[in-house]
Design a protein around this ligand. Structure first.
Ligand SMILES: *Cc1c(COP(=O)(O)O)cnc(C)c1O
Length: 396
């Protein structure tokens, strides 16, 4: 037998973390890495955060799992907190981002079917989007590399160019249920929706009675310097998917909706054995205790600006390697003039810094939200050393 025990769907690199300490990860071999990947925008509080550990420990000792057949004092409390912090009136808890998007897709379809418009089942989504790896969420993405081998896809998705409002408007037809869009495309390469684009989608939804679904799985929970990224656009969605940072490392996601948008989601419409499980809820409560705070959010914005300012200065020294810097809060993209994966590997293997490559030749820089200036200094020092010692041909 040659297949590995772990199904070989990931091209795993040689870092084998066994322990986390604040903003660093320690490998099996004792090597210590600066973690500016955060498990892909998950470890918002870094590793080994005392408040998060205490909350999970305490909940594990009290009640680890309980069925959704019973009342959930824990879930009600967290849901109310999310309702109070956002546009939403109601929350469904999931175990992952893809499940949160699935719930959002079902909620939008049910909204129209409940309203007597069963033909309105199609969601307009955008090129280079990423919404997860379930059948519905790969169908929602235009990226063919995720489709190969898995046809037939789920019908009911139509792709348009991101940031092209005219194309989105032209795509609306009798089957349209709404739009599903990331305010900032994460996997797609930190591509930021323009103000006019998101505001325009909101206006189109209002005009045509459609659902605006935001996928904030990567942008949410303070990552961009506001609790959700939509706050920076002066609009509100009808439905929103969130996960990644929400549990700070414990798997929990959520689908948030207005009362009107959730009109099709009555008893029996949806479910999940683990969704809203007390352990995940406790983790999310501990994350919100830290990040749902105006001072903390302002800090994230400031640290993001300082990091981007330093990066802007730095890339001037290597015009042959780097093209531009973009992002909001601590969701940052460093666009390269060469394929970024070899540089990400060089940074990791030779300079002990973890980042993540993304589409559009971008190196994603997504540190824990709790970094301080010393981590930015450490990062910039190692990045400079890595750029100085890099030759694309050799690493290619
Ligand atoms: C990561 C991600 C998902 C999928 O989340 P999983 O927890 O991996 O299922 C969906 N949408 C966006 C925007 C993401 O970044």
């Amino acid at each position: 037998m040659s297949i590995t025990a772990l199904m070989p769907v990931y091209g795993r690199n040689e870092v084998r973390p066994v322990r986390g300490e604040h903003c660093h990860l320690i490998g099996e071999d004792g090597r210590r890495f600066l973690d500016f990947a955060s498990g892909i925008a998950v470890n918002a509080l870094g590793h080994s955060h005392a408040g998060l550990i205490a909350a999970v420990q305490k909940q594990a000792e009290t009640l680890m799992h309980c069925s959704n057949l019973y009342g959930s004092p824990q879930g009600e409390h967290l849901a109310q907190r999310l309702v109070d912090l956002t546009f939403a009136d109601t929350v469904f808890f999931t175990n992952s981002g893809a499940e949160a998007v699935e719930c959002a897709i079902k909620t939008a379809r049910a909204y129209h079917q409940q309203g007597g418009n069963p033909d309105r089942y199609e969601l307009i989504t955008f090129n280079n989007a990423f919404h997860g790896r379930t059948m519905a969420t790969i169908s929602a993405s235009s990226q063919e590399k995720m489709h190969t081998g898995f046809q037939p896809l789920l019908p009911g998705f139509r792709y348009c160019e991101f940031n092209d409002l005219a194309a989105a408007a032209a795509a609306i037809g009798p089957n349209t249920a709404g739009f599903l869009v990331e305010p900032i495309q994460g996997e797609g390469g930190i591509r930021i929706a323009s103000d006019a684009f998101l505001k325009g989608l909101r206006a189109l939804c209002d005009e045509h009675g459609l659902m605006l679904i935001l996928d904030e799985v990567q942008t949410g929970v303070a990552r961009t310097g506001t609790f959700y990224a939509y706050e920076q656009y002066g609009i509100e969605p009808d439905i929103l998917a969130t996960a990644k940072g929400l549990g700070g490392g414990f798997p929990i996601g959520a689908c948030l909706a207005t009362e009107d948008a959730a009109r099709g989601m009555g008893i029996g419409a949806h479910g999940s054995t683990y969704g809203g499980n007390p352990l995940g809820v406790a983790a999310a409560e501990a994350v919100l205790d830290v990040v749902a705070d105006e001072g903390f959010l302002a800090d994230v914005r400031d640290k993001g600006e300082r990091l981007r300012g330093r990066l802007e200065q730095f890339i001037g020294n290597y015009p042959e390697l780097f093209e531009s810097v973009r992002g909001r809060g601590l969701l940052t993209g460093l666009r390269m003039k060469v394929e970024p994966r070899a540089f990400v590997a060089h940074l990791r293997d030779n300079h002990e810094v973890l980042t993540v490559s993304a589409g559009d030749n971008v190196v994603r820089i997504v540190p824990p939200l709790v970094i301080d200036d010393s981590h930015i200094d450490e990062f910039m020092g190692k990045l400079s050393a890595a750029a100085a010692s890099y030759s694309p041909e050799e690493s290619g």
